[in-house]
Design a protein around this ligand. Structure first.
Ligand SMILES: C[S@@+](CC[C@H](N)C(=O)[O-])C[C@H]1O[C@@H](n2cnc3c(N)ncnc32)[C@H](O)[C@@H]1O
Length: 265
């Protein structure tokens, strides 16, 4: 095993342990109950990771397909799929692969819109995710898009100083912690960039560091609505901060999360 393998296995394990919130998944299930006829839906979850969202969808009786670029995450999903005949998952990069077609619902959840990993221009990648989602839907099918949308990103995405998000030991005995050394946000380009590293101690006692640099574009509400419209989708419902309250246009200061239910024309 090389260092990259050990570190990525550790990260996937710790991610599953620490990022195990269910409120967004329960909200998705409720939106599906309210906005469909109650029959099992053919659902694609893009960037499904370890299955935090797609496994409960399958457990609720839907016919689920999930894919992700990270095989360490996918292995965790595969473990959780045991005994479920109505879910499949596979490895693929969302930007270079064909997403299939004819789905009733495409889920872009888990804040994937600002967690895309690719070499493509970030804004273009975000627009491409929405365009590909539309192409994977049957006419009349729906996109479920759930992402962070802040009134003032400068307040959220600026900060220097060291912090650690994940810390712990995995099932192989690898210990690690993520270290962020800070991030900066440009309000003109809406690009946010950060730097840090993972500190890893393998189960043989060897310590090493994996550098991390990240870069993302924080879209405006108008941009997202524009991408949705250009993709041939119509917004039917919006939800602010996982409540029944629709998003205002423009969003107000108390907005931090946007959920959009949009129909393929
Ligand atoms: C924040 S995690 C969310 C995972 C899961 N949906 C959840 O909510 O727990 C983001 C996931 O997106 C995947 N991802 C990022 N960019 C991707 C791409 N270009 N193609 C496929 N998967 C991608 C990562 O591998 C990671 O598993």
């Amino acid at each position: 095993m090389n260092k990259d393998f050990i570190a990525k296995h550790w990260y996937a394990y710790i991610y599953e342990q620490m990022e195990n919130q269910t409120h967004d998944v329960e909200f998705l299930l409720e939106v599906l109950r309210r906005n469909t006829d109650g029959s099992p839906q053919r659902i694609l979850e893009v960037a499904c990771g370890g299955g935090r969202i797609c496994i409960p969808l399958a457990q609720a009786g839907h016919m689920v397909t999930g894919f992700d670029a990270d095989e360490h995450m996918l292995l965790r999903c595969y473990r959780r799929m045991k005994g479920l005949s109505n879910i499949t998952c596979y490895k693929a990069d969302a930007l270079s692969s064909d997403w299939g077609f004819g789905f009733d619902v495409v889920v872009l959840g888990g804040n994937i819109l600002i967690n895309i990993e690719s070499d493509m221009d970030y804004e273009k990648a975000q627009q491409t995710f929405i365009r590909k989602a539309a192409m994977a839907l049957r006419p009349g099918g729906h996109l479920y898009l759930d992402f962070d949308l802040h009134f003032n990103p400068s307040e959220i995405f600026n900060g220097l100083g060291e912090s650690s998000y994940f810390n712990g030991t995995d099932d192989l005995g690898t210990w690690g912690r993520t270290v962020s050394c800070g991030e900066a946000y440009d309000p003109v380009t809406r690009i946010c960039t950060g730097t840090g590293h993972w500190e890893i101690k393998a189960n043989n006692g060897e310590s090493f560091v994996i550098p991390q640099r990240w870069y993302k574009h924080i879209p405006t509400q108008g941009q997202v609505y524009g991408w949705i419209s250009e993709a041939g989708l119509s917004v039917e419902r919006t939800y602010k901060n996982y409540t029944d309250e629709p998003l205002s246009e423009p969003i107000d200061e108390s907005t931090h999360r946007a959920t959009i239910w949009a129909r393929r024309n």
